[in-house]
Design a protein around this ligand. Structure first.
Ligand code: GLN
Length: 483
């Protein structure tokens, strides 16, 4: 089946003229039509535009063109603006909003010949770990439809896991590509802060947000990274530094690679099968010639409170713009304040309101020093843990999440339990460094387990090389759900 190909395989067949972009795109649209009513990975499927773009890709190829993603159908998280195509951030407050431009990362995909199948579901404004906070639907995990796919990029993860896209873009503020990748048994990379332009990414927490990629292999992620990474004058936080060739980094050789295993990442309450699978993965690294050493990241436990202060503070400011005046539907009540109140009161869901309130509180006079400023100082300590660690190791191995995917409804009324599912991904986000999650096993219920590989800032080539070598030696990433 065409939907069983990896991105790299599909690309090779398109190039060889064995398949057309129209066939490949139609196969994905057919699969979406058949399966997505149960999964709800997509908020909107742009079938007509996709087929048009595919036909154009085929024409370009006939004329001898060979752009790096020519004819490759992908899914895009619905927090990334797309000209002419509704973009909601999973929020009712942006229902019907049609952006007037396309963000840089998505535009680079289009320029490289990629085809957008549609926009994927997300927790509202990317706040959540299960997609249950979406204002539209809950995405179901393709491995067990009664379970969550993780979040906030749960739609993108489920689309790739369910073979409803060859790859996808998501965003990661505190774990939102790595955690759903772990829950859905796919690969995802959160690049270093500044590696990919955030222009056209609707901001949640600007000092943390970063676009990430999903694939069914590390090689697929490298192909996507080669297209989207790099400086953008439209985003002053994007780094003006040369972009390495991520595919060339996949040498398959990790002999002598120095691997750290942080003792703080095997936390109490961790599902034993998760620890077991990750320990087995570490042994695999030894077998591949890596040198393992135990390390300490002593401020790990501060990651969660620091993250929820800083991200909520930034969110409370970023989300002030959604007032029904400039974007989305307006609930007009005549006067200004009642209109704001009605629009924001009805447009935002409970989790978003919780964060706006927490963030506003943390930034308010009298509390700023005790909460926001203090959190910023502790953030520096968390980052220094990694700076020190990367003096003696090249990558850090750990579980991506303490448990596998939980059941829909299980944590939705307990925010703290929900926040804890990101406890192992938050520190890397606070530190702006690179991290991937790759599949490394299954629990007794057949749910996927994720291995997190973290590297220094702009250490994507090393992280991807390590992850790729692991995938060359294992076949966890080749398993697919029987949907
Ligand atoms: N789950 C975390 C949160 O709720 C991280 C979300 C994200 O990375 N966008 O904030």
């Amino acid at each position: 089946m065409l939907t069983d190909l990896t991105l790299a395989e599909a690309h090779a067949r398109l190039r060889a003229g064995e398949i057309t972009a129209v066939e490949l795109t139609q196969a994905h649209l057919d699969r979406i039509a058949a399966l997505d009513p149960q999964v709800c990975a997509y908020l909107i499927v742009t079938g007509e535009q996709a087929l048009e773009a595919a036909a154009q890709a085929d024409r370009r190829r006939q004329q001898g063109e060979d752009a790096p993603l020519l004819g490759i159908p992908l899914a895009i998280k619905d927090v990334l603006v797309t000209q002419g195509v509704p973009t909601t951030c999973g929020s009712r407050i942006l229902e019907g909003f049609i952006p007037p431009y396309t963000g840089t990362a998505v535009q680079r995909l289009f320029d490289a010949g990629a085809i957008m199948l549609g926009k994927t579901n997300t927790d509202e404004f990317a706040m959540g770990s299960s997609t249950e906070n979406s204002g539209y639907c809950t995405t179901h995990n393709p491995w067990d439809l009664d379970r969550v796919p993780g979040g906030s990029s749960g739609g993108s993860a489920a689309a790739v896991a369910g073979h409803m896209a060859l790859g996808a873009l998501g965003t990661d503020t505190g774990g939102s590509v790595r955690q759903p990748a772990a829950f859905c048994g796919v690969s995802a990379l959160k690049p270093s802060y500044g590696r990919i332009s955030r222009y056209g990414l609707i901001a949640f927490a600007s000092s943390l947000d970063q676009i990430g990629v999903f694939g069914r292999s590390v090689e697929d992620m490298a192909l996507l990274m080669n297209v989207i990474a790099g400086h953008d004058p439209q985003d002053s936080t994007s780094i003006d530094a040369p972009v390495p060739d991520y595919v060339a980094a996949l040498t398959g050789d990790i002999r002598g690679l120095r691997v750290g295993v942080p003792r703080e990442y095997f936390v109490e309450g961790m599902q034993p099968e998760v620890e077991h699978a990750v320990r087995a993965a570490i042994e695999q690294f030894t077998a591949l010639g890596a040198e393992i050493q135990e390390i300490s990241l002593p401020h790990t436990s501060y990651g969660l409170p620091v993250y929820y202060l800083i991200s909520a503070a930034e969110a409370s400011s970023n989300l002030a713009r959604f007032d029904g005046v400039r974007y989305g539907p307006r609930e007009s009540q005549g006067a200004m304040w009642p209109t704001y109140k009605a629009t924001r009161g009805h447009g935002f869901g409970a989790e978003v309101k919780r964060r706006i309130m927490l963030g506003t509180y943390a930034l308010s006079a009298g509390y700023y020093d005790a909460y926001y400023l203090k959190a910023q100082k502790v953030r520096t300590l968390v980052k220094q843990d990694f700076d020190r660690a990367f003096e003696s190791v090249d990558v850090i191995l750990s579980p991506t999440t303490p448990t596998t995917a939980f059941r829909i409804g299980e944590k939705v009324d307990d925010p703290l339990q929900m926040y804890l599912s990101d406890v192992l991904t938050l520190p890397a986000s606070l530190s702006g460094i690179a991290g991937v999650s790759v599949p490394c096993g299954f629990d007794a219920d057949g749910m996927p387990i994720g291995l997190q590989i973290t590297g220094a800032a702009f250490g994507e080539p090393t992280v991807l090389r390590a992850a790729h070598a692991y995938q060359q030696a294992t076949d966890w990433h080749r398993q697919s759900p029987a949907l």
